[in-house]
Design a protein around this ligand. Structure first.
Ligand SMILES: Cc1cc2nc3c(=O)[nH]c(=O)nc-3n(C[C@H](O)[C@H](O)[C@H](O)COP(=O)(O)OP(=O)(O)OC[C@H]3O[C@@H](n4cnc5c(N)ncnc54)[C@H](O)[C@@H]3O)c2cc1C
Length: 512
């Protein structure tokens, strides 16, 4: 039976950071259990601009959503099955969460996670975070930036991570190497340079399906203790991998709660209904499913646009409609492609050449839930995001405002002369109701699920982990990934996840 000091489940975004930091100490042994293959030498993964080719492919767990009566029931949630996790698959837009995002966590009970103490972890990140390179700045994206500035009067931002902002338009910071368009993902930055460490063992294409928990009588402590994890290797062999010190669950916002639930950790009634023996009644597991939903507006361009780009969505816009809001309340990605996957289902056609703006909701009000439908660990969990179900209709109204603002920008030079016609929703769709219907039916995800094992105060019964990331009521096990987010940051979450990884490593004493 293999035995290590720490067993990290999931060699993804946070898991790579933790494994790397812990093995800086040669006396500490770490096993990483990773469901996917290595990304080393794989150009299809390592080349940032090829990210769309990974969607729905063999490296994608590809989770469906449940029926979404208010939204789009056809959304597929990509989750990467490869070393580096979603940081090997995503667009690597790199935003340090805004100070008020962290302070919101602290207010939600995550003591010690406020903006001031969290700053140190950003400084520690090993990823190559740089602004989109001049050579990658497409002429139409530059004109989008100028037009947005002129149309709605937001400042141009050069370096979104330099200081906190409420609004602004500009090119993103990305975690990439502009000279060859290669990723600076979690695996590239944190694991590739250290793969020869004798104290680091990475078990690839190995699936963790149940945690091993020891009763207090056997463990000699007061609580149930996690001592390892049952895995199935690529060859179908079943093994128990044992942790002398701790098990660290880093399987992401979908697979972390899934693993807990299959291990009998979760809401008692749900587990009993499926015949899963309840080991630890923890009602918050799977609750608080968060995301950044977005809609899309597409224009046909007057002929092809220039080819150059980092990853086809290099610039974006933040708007604060409510001057009392502590963060931006509307965000847009600008795509140099006609992103019509969802509108096509409503009968729209993809133009030969085009661009898109995708307004999204930085702080959505709707909350969803992840749950199991079967005791069989092979069956994918149900993801019910409950998109656009908030009582005050804030989420849908935000997207309607987004479409109107996008149109204003599109009418403004220097962007206007590029655009031949609005393809969808189309200029004839103007009323609040019609726009809302369109925005929700073609809604997509920015691929940011989070929050399903949220962190909270010691006495918060719906919290899954405490502010030191320990699972409430269990010994020897912590969670570190997007699932611990108490609330959604107003910006793209990957940097926040990497910072969770850095902080977790420090809590374990694994970093200088
Ligand atoms: C297409 C796409 C685009 C995105 N774009 C951006 C962006 O530009 N900027 C941004 O900030 N965010 C972006 N995101 C979101 C961001 O990438 C994620 O929020 C973040 O990477 C999640 O990190 P994680 O550590 O929680 O999970 P992951 O990185 O998903 O890591 C989980 C790992 O665990 C492994 N695993 C899961 N279950 C098991 C199991 N049972 N046994 C063994 N291994 C298991 C998986 O294979 C994976 O490697 C995007 C996401 C996607 C999918």
């Amino acid at each position: 039976m293999p035995e290590y000091d720490y067993v990290v489940i999931g060699g993804g975004t946070a898991g790579s950071v933790i494994a790397s930091r812990l093995t800086e100490n040669p006396d500490v042994t770490v096993a990483v259990i990773e469901g996917g293959p290595s990304d080393v030498g794989r150009d299809d993964v390592l080349t940032l601009r090829r990210w769309m080719g990974l969607l729905g492919g063999e490296l994608d767990y590809d989770y469906p959503t449940t029926e979404q009566p208010q939204g789009n029931s056809h959304i597929r949630h990509s989750r990467a099955r490869v070393l580096g996790g979603c940081s090997s698959h995503n667009t690597l837009i790199a935003f340090k969460p805004l100070p008020s995002d962290w302070d919101e966590w602290e207010t939600a009970g995550a003591k010690g996670w406020g903006a001031v103490p969290m700053e140190a972890y950003f400084a520690r990140l090993r990823n190559n975070i740089v602004p989109v390179d001049e050579a990658d700045r497409n002429a139409i994206a530059r004109d989008f930036v100028d037009a947005a500035q002129a149309a709605i009067g937001v400042p141009r931002v050069e370096g979104f991570n330099k200081k906190p902002f409420h609004e602004g338009v500009g090119f993103f910071d990305l975690a990439y190497h502009p000279e060859n368009n290669k990723r600076s993902s979690a695996s590239v930055a944190y694991l590739h340079p250290f793969l020869d460490r004798p104290n680091l063992h990475i078990a690839l294409e190995t699936w963790a399906y149940r945690l091993e928990l020891e009763s207090p009588l056997t463990s000699g402590g007061g609580s149930l203790r996690a001592t390892g994890v049952h895995v199935r290797t690529k060859d179908g062999e079943e093994q128990l991998v044992t942790a002398r010190r701790e098990v660290l669950v880093c399987a992401g916002a979908v697979d972390t709660p899934r693993l807990l639930l299959h291990s009998g950790i979760g809401p008692r009634a749900d587990l009993e209904a499926l015949g899963i023996p309840v080991v630890h009644d923890l009602p918050g597991v799977g609750e608080n499913l968060l995301d950044h939903p977005e809609s899309v507006i597409v224009w046909e361009t007057d002929g092809p646009i220039p080819e150059n780009s980092a990853m086809d969505s290099d610039a974006g816009l933040f708007v604060r409609r409510d001057p009392r809001a502590r963060t931006p309340d509307l965000m847009f990605h600008f795509y140099q492609i006609p992103f019509t996957d969802n509108p096509e289902r409503l009968g729209y056609e993809r133009p030969a050449h085009g661009v898109s703006m995708t307004p999204n909701i930085p702080k959505p009000h709707s909350r969803g839930r992840l749950y199991l439908t079967s005791a069989d660990p092979e069956v994918k969990p149900a993801l019910d995001f409950r998109y656009f179900t908030d009582e005050d209709d804030y989420d849908a109204r935000t997207l309607v405002d987004g479409i109107r603002i996008a149109r204003e920008i599109a009418r403004t030079e220097p962007l206007a002369h590029w655009l031949k016609r609005e393809v969808c929703p189309g200029p004839e769709v103007t009323g609040d109701e019609e726009l809302s219907e369109y925005a929700r039916k073609v809604a997509h995800t920015v691929y940011h699920p989070a929050g399903t094992c949220r962190m909270g105060a010691q006495d918060d019964e719906l919290a899954v982990v405490d502010p030191e990331l320990r699972i409430r009521g269990l010994d020897g096990i912590r969670i570190a990934d997007a699932s611990v987010f108490p609330t959604m940051p107003s910006v793209n979450p990957m940097i926040g996840v990497l910072m969770v990884g850095e902080k977790c490593a420090e809590l374990l004493g694994g970093t200088a």
